[in-house]
Design a binder for this molecule. Structure first.
Ligand code: ME8
Length: 523
């Protein structure tokens, strides 16, 4: 059995409904989780909502409800969205769960036992929107001369009694971690930023608040609640049963991948490993900071900027699988990308509908009409058949896995599309519809060859378009146990017995999409 694999998304602030950035990150994590399962690994995939902190407390106050009511309502929207988007998470965590309070208090006590916590007074800048402390030197000036965080959010001067974490003590251990594990922070541009930040010197971090009480109580100092990031980051352990020594902790910790956006790399690549080292818990293997999704005006979607596209509406408009495919195919994952309705429609029509969908439809219709829905036996392959098998096998067993392993989804999908083009070139050159009259036996071999490579390409793309792949593999009569890369490769090039494969009457998989009438902002 291959190594177990533990992947997490950031946990989302449920201070409003989910936006397209949340969908983007969670879809990418889902693709990765499904891809690892396809390689035969036992996967744990966790997502959830980050429900404490001042931002939640203030939003609830503005709405005249309790933070708990706000979290309950909004957390449901995230769950509903993820169900709709076919997200195969194993655990949806909410930081208001009792178990999570217990885990956060255990991490706190671990840091305390190492002598890394002390009581002092915090005086400095805080951004509620980012839930982050900033040094004066990091601030920028807004248009009206006001002070803004590096993310462009307002900051307020904060003075209060606070527990501090000795982050300064971890400067050298962190630099050693980055040096010894070049893959720990990816992509490299983010890694370099973090290294520069840590080399610049680390100040101790304020890790508790007394001016509000919406959070996890500090053990032994109950008038303090933990700084929201201390509890938020601990969610990755809570889901495995920490602080108990559970079988899941042994199997899945340290996490293989924390998938997060570029704005929160510092929390994951600096604070989190420092907290863990202090509490004597192993650090995760990799933190990947993906780019932002921008709308067509190049603006970041965010609840606070008020330019939010409802991802659920996008899914209704274009279909879940076309949306998932588009998001991973269109952008280089580490970089920002702008999306628009035209771009989604074009990708779907050119690639899913015309190239892949048509290929499957043409092949299965010919098999259905001429071979009574059974896969015919193969009578010897020509050089063209072998070249096609080799191309497809290279893509599904080498090129796609190599790209997906480094989260270069667009590159993996480019290789997949290249193989689909090769199949289309093959069907056009072999012209099975013409062979029907001239060489019926050869026609059967051509169709059987296409059937095998389409099944292989469909299994390989299934992490990205799970519902459509399932539908096609069902229609092709492909057994469940063959729906892994190893399983489907076992039919590479080999004759299939006709009894096993009975086709359903083929139906179109990807309808061509039209641009919506009044094309809205950003999609
Ligand atoms: O940061 N495009 O929550 P969050 C792509 N609760 N990704 C985006 C995005 C965009 N336009 N906007 C946000 C938090 N994201 C914390 C995380 S983890 C222990 C705590 C990403 O709801 C963002 O980078 O603001 C983050 O990874 C995730 O969405 C949740 O953002």
């Amino acid at each position: 059995m291959a190594d177990p694999y533990y992947i997490t998304t950031a946990i989302h602030y449920p201070n409003g409904k989910p936006h397209i950035g949340h969908a983007y990150e969670t879809i990418a994590a889902d693709v990765m989780a499904r891809f690892q399962r396809l390689q035969g690994r036992e996967v744990r995939f966790q997502t959830g909502t980050d429900e404490h902190g001042l931002k939640m407390a203030q939003k609830a106050r503005d709405l005249g409800i309790t933070p708990r009511e706000l979290a309950d309502e909004m957390s449901c929207h995230f769950r509903d969205l993820f169900d709709k988007l076919d997200i195969s998470y194993d655990r949806f965590i909410r930081t208001t769960e009792d178990q999570h309070h217990r885990a956060s208090q255990a991490i706190w006590q671990g840091m305390e036992a190492s002598g890394d916590l002390y009581l002092d007074r915090y005086e400095g800048w805080y951004s509620v929107r980012d839930e982050a402390y900033y040094d004066e030197s990091e601030l920028e000036e807004g248009e009206g001369g006001e002070k803004l965080s590096p993310q462009g959010t307002p900051v307020e001067w904060t003075v209060e009694e606070s527990w501090f974490f000795r982050l300064s003590k971890y400067q050298e251990p962190l630099l050693a971690l980055y040096r010894d594990n070049p893959e720990f922070i990816q992509p490299d541009s983010r890694r370099n930023e973090v290294i520069r930040f840590v080399e610049g010197g680390l100040r101790d971090l304020s890790v508790s608040r007394t001016s509000f009480d919406w959070g996890v109580k500090v053990p032994g100092a109950e008038d303090h609640v933990m700084y929201v990031w201390v509890d938020a980051l601990t969610n990755y352990l809570t889901g495995l049963g920490y602080p108990d020594e559970t079988a899941d902790m042994t199997k899945f910790w340290p996490a293989d991948l924390h998938l997060i956006g570029k704005d929160i790399v510092r929390f994951h690549a600096v604070y989190w490993p420092a907290f863990l080292m202090s509490a004597n818990v192993a650090v995760p293997k990799k933190v990947f900071g993906h780019g932002f999704l921008l709308n067509r005006d190049g603006k970041k979607e965010s609840k606070s900027a008020g330019n939010v596209t409802d991802p659920s509406e996008l899914a209704d408009l274009y279909g879940v699988d076309p949306l998932r495919y588009f998001l991973l195919r269109e952008f280089s994952f580490g970089q920002d990308g702008s999306y628009s309705a035209e771009a989604i429609v074009n990708r779907n029509n050119a690639e899913l509908a015309n190239s892949y969908g048509n290929l499957a439809q043409r092949t299965l219709s010919l098999l259905y009409k001429n071979c009574e829905g059974y896969l015919p036996p193969i009578n010897g392959h020509t050089e063209e058949d072998k070249a096609l098998f080799e191309h497809v096998d290279r893509v599904i067993s080498k090129e796609m896995p190599a790209a997906f392993d480094k989260l270069a989804f667009a590159q993996g999908l480019e290789a997949w599309m290249g193989a689909v083009f090769a199949c289309n070139a093959y069907i056009d050159a072999q012209a099975p519809w013409a062979l029907k009259k001239t060489d019926f036996e050869r026609m059967k071999t051509v169709l059987a060859t296409l059937y095998i490579v389409i099944a292989q390409l469909t299994v390989a793309i299934s992490p990205v378009i799970p519902a459509s792949s399932r539908k096609l593999l069902d229609a092709m009569g492909i057994a469940y146990e063959l729906r892994t890369i190893e399983g489907i490769r076992s039919h590479w090039y080999s004759p299939l017995s006709e009894a096993d494969y009975q086709l359903d009457k083929p139906e179109g998989l990807f309808p061509r999409l039209e641009l919506p009438e009044a094309e809205g902002e950003g999609g």
